[in-house]
Design a protein. Structure first.
Length: 751
């Protein structure tokens, strides 16, 4: 049996099932699978197999079952055989699992020893975040500091107990404890007093730092504008949306629309943050506007730790903001001392505990598009489950991109992805990156023999790779890596049409790419066409200040005369600033050329008055997408030729703005224009090449309207469309593509 069948309570489950059906034999973990030997009657074995599929522990995922008839053998009982688990091949580590209902029932029962805030069992609880080394045993986790009491040990050793071999199992007598810091006061027990005080603090509009599973969270009442504003200033983060944790799914449904698939993701044991559409009507009390202002999306999750459940029993608000506990651009905090020294003066209380976090892990973020779960950030609950490929990935270490970094390592045909690392810009994140690479290589017993990096010479990730001496390096073009990532998760290894739309990536010609139409395979690519280049006045600054791109596009579409246009947007900008930009463009001073789709979206967002200076990455494009209310078929014209140009589109938008057309309509028409431009281009490439498989990748395809409508249009015209689901379409998925390209080049003896 292969799949996620180790570290999730699978063997005890098999044991109990075998006993139930009077079967004898054994179960054993081996290098790459779980083996079961069964002796019994045929109907009993068939019943066993049926129950195996339907009753397996919630976090287990059986991918393949191979059945074999063997020579009959007599076994006295059914047993769990010791695993020969010191070999280098044991790689499967379970992600962290949200607390299960049975444990919550234990916790709610006053008479139960497990009325305890760190309750867990064989089927639930911390995993990856506490694992220091393999094999997965308590003394190789951060639970090592907590020797089991006699009662816990007895359960741990009792095969019919729910906590048989539950490595993190503990009780109030022997396990970790929460501690509350209220200014000078440190309060350790009783737990219900801590929860009461925390609840009071939140109800009174206070800000808290709470230690969780993979890191700390900052929390406050989600209905209080004052508290949310205060939290924003503590975090030193201007506009980036906050995630909200709701008491339960029914409360949540009053604030956001929840489809069946969205509900499934919300309630899954992985408990990701799910991006949902806010409800149009206001309901009392209203969520603070400061949570995600200007966006129609809300990042939402449900309680996943016993502590969250305890808290919601006591607090009045039915939702709290729960955002990563760190200052902007730093990794999520895990260390108690750092938390105390950095946050004591900024928050009203700190809720810490004495179980160490070994693997720092943020909350994951998903969005359901076309009925499928799409990862925006792959972290807690997903990492480190491997991604299966058909490539020989062994020994390849792929370093990822610069922003939203994840790296990955290859082992056999499996790819093990790191948790979300973040933007490799601050020192703290870079240290986290380097440490995690070292940890992964050690934990998963990989000795790298081939490195894969982005072509960008200045990326921290590229530079980090150079510190690994004497190992060959494969450089992979950013957008080729996007397409290769999507191909790999879809098990494609042939020539395809690749469409990679994003903000920024280093191009072969030294320009900034970001709208690539490739004919490519895993090994190489031909860039068939792209969006027309436009100057990016100020370089990187233009990505942070969308108004600069608006000026650039206007100047290109109208020449100088755009300054005479009666546009509210232009009145917001001092004329001298516009003049400076024009001069920079004319003289080609600090004006790199870009074909990045993100910059076009930025420009349009600026023209519509949505965002002149971005307070977080992709703010303009996100606000633009949020304007779309319903489907409309209207589009703007665009220019075709050797490249795809948008001068006509920009003029169409300006005409509409001057004519007083609603900006919601303009945003929709603009999105339709992009969808049609993609479709027309891909169609032309099909005519020339005969290729029918289209890969859609890059951050732009996190946009639901773009992904849904483009795929629909393509499928209606008999294209086979492939999109991301296992790794993000943003730069967080790029490492998979780098690794696939390196694997292919090695296979072709090109390295
Ligand atoms: Zn449990
Ligand atoms: Zn105990
Ligand atoms: Fe990208």
């Amino acid at each position: 049996m292969t799949g996620l069948v180790q570290g999730v309570g699978f063997r005890p489950f098999v044991y109990r099932l075998a006993s139930k059906f009077n079967l004898t034999g054994w179960v054993q973990n081996t290098n790459e699978n779980v083996q079961i030997r069964l002796s019994g009657t045929k109907p009993e074995i068939e019943n066993f197999l049926k129950s195996l599929e339907t009753e397996a522990p919630s976090a287990a995922k059986i991918e393949k079952v191979i059945l074999e008839d063997l020579q009959p053998e007599q076994f006295p009982t059914f047993s769990i055989r010791k695993s020969d688990d010191v070999s280098d091949h044991i790689t499967e580590i379970s992600p962290d699992i949200a607390v299960c209902q049975e444990c919550l029932d234990d916790m709610a029962d006053d008479g139960n020893r497990r009325n305890y805030a760190f309750v867990n069992c064989t089927n639930c609880g911390p995993r990856f975040t506490i694992i220091r080394d393999l094999p997965y045993d308590r003394d190789k986790t951060t639970m090592q500091d907590f020797p089991m009491c006699a009662a816990c040990r007895q359960e741990y050793e009792n095969i019919s107990d729910r906590r048989f071999h539950a490595q993190p199992a503990a009780c109030a007598a022997c396990g970790p404890q929460y501690e509350l810091y209220l200014k000078e006061n440190r309060i350790i027990e009783p737990m219900n007093r801590i929860v009461d005080l925390v609840a009071k603090c939140i109800t009174d509009g206070g800000i808290l730092l709470i230690k969780g599973l993979g890191g700390m969270h900052l929390a406050c009442d989600a209905f209080s504008d004052i508290a949310v504003e205060k939290l924003r200033s503590v975090k030193r983060r201007d506009g980036k949306p906050f995630a909200v944790m709701f008491r339960d799914v029914d409360t949540l449904k009053q604030y956001a629309t929840v489809s069946a698939q969205e509900e499934q993701s919300l309630l899954s044991w992985r408990r990701p943050i799910v991006l949902l559409k806010k409800n149009d009507h206001d309901i009392q009390p209203t969520l603070s506007k400061g949570i995600s202002s200007g966006l129609n999306l809300l990042g939402v999750m449900l309680p996943y730790l016993p502590f969250h459940h305890l808290l919601f029993q006591q607090i009045k608000p039915s939702a709290i903001v729960l955002t990563s506990g760190n200052f902007s651009n730093e990794p999520i905090l895990i260390d108690n001392q750092e938390a105390l020294s950095q946050f004591t003066d900024h928050v009203d209380a700190l809720v810490l505990h004495n179980r160490d976090i070994f693997n720092r892990t943020d909350d994951s973020v998903v969005r359901i598009i076309e009925g499928k779960e799409r990862l925006m950030r792959r972290s807690r609950g997903y990492v480190p489950s491997p991604i299966r490929t058909k490539l020989d990935t062994d020994g390849i270490l792929a370093f990822g991109a610069e922003l939203t970094n994840c790296f990955c390592i290859g082992k056999g045909q499996n790819v093990i992805f790191s948790q979300h690392i973040g933007d490799l810009q601050g020192l703290a994140t870079t240290v986290f990156y380097e440490e995690t690479i070292a940890q992964f290589l050690r934990l998963f017993r990989v000795k790298p023999s081939l490195l894969a990096v982005d072509m960008h010479p200045e990326y921290i990730s590229t530079k980090t790779a150079l510190t690994f001496c004497d190992i060959p390096v494969v450089q992979v073009q950013h957008h080729h890596a996007h397409i290769a990532a999507c191909m790999t998760e879809n098990h494609l290894d042939e020539q395809v049409i690749g469409v990679a739309l994003d903000g920024t990536g280093y191009g072969d010609d030294g320009n900034i790419w970001g709208s690539e139409f490739f004919l490519c395979d895993l090994n190489t690519y031909t860039r068939i066409t792209h969006f027309e280049y436009v100057p990016m006045p100020g370089g990187d600054l233009a990505a942070e200040e969308p108004w600069r791109m608006a000026v650039s596009f206007l100047y290109k579409a109208y020449g100088r005369s755009f300054t005479n246009l009666k546009l509210p947007f232009l009145q917001e900008i001092e004329p001298e600033k516009t003049e400076t930009l024009i001069r920079m463009i004319d003289r080609k001073i600090n004006c790199p050329l870009t074909s990045g789709t993100g910059r076009l979206f930025d420009a349009v967002a600026s023209l519509l008055g949505l965002c002149q200076v971005a307070s977080f990455q992709a703010e303009g494009p996100m606000r633009l997408e949020s304007l779309i209310q319903k489907y409309s078929g209207d589009i703007y014209n665009f220019d075709t030729g050797e490249t795809i140009g948008f001068d006509t589109t920009i003029r169409g938008i300006i005409d509409d703005l001057i004519a007083g057309v609603e900006i919601t309509m303009i945003a929709t028409k603009f999105h339709n224009t992009i969808n049609t431009a993609i479709f027309d281009t891909v169609n032309t490439i099909r005519k020339q090449s005969g290729k029918n498989k289209v890969i859609l990748s890059g951050g732009v395809f996190q946009n639901k309207y773009i992904l849904e409508k483009t795929s629909m249009l393509l499928r209606k015209n008999n294209f086979e469309v492939y999109t991301h689901s296992a790794v993000p379409s943003n730069d967080g998925g790029i490492a998979l593509g780098q690794l696939a390209v390196a694997s292919k080049r090695r296979e072709n003896k090109c390295v």
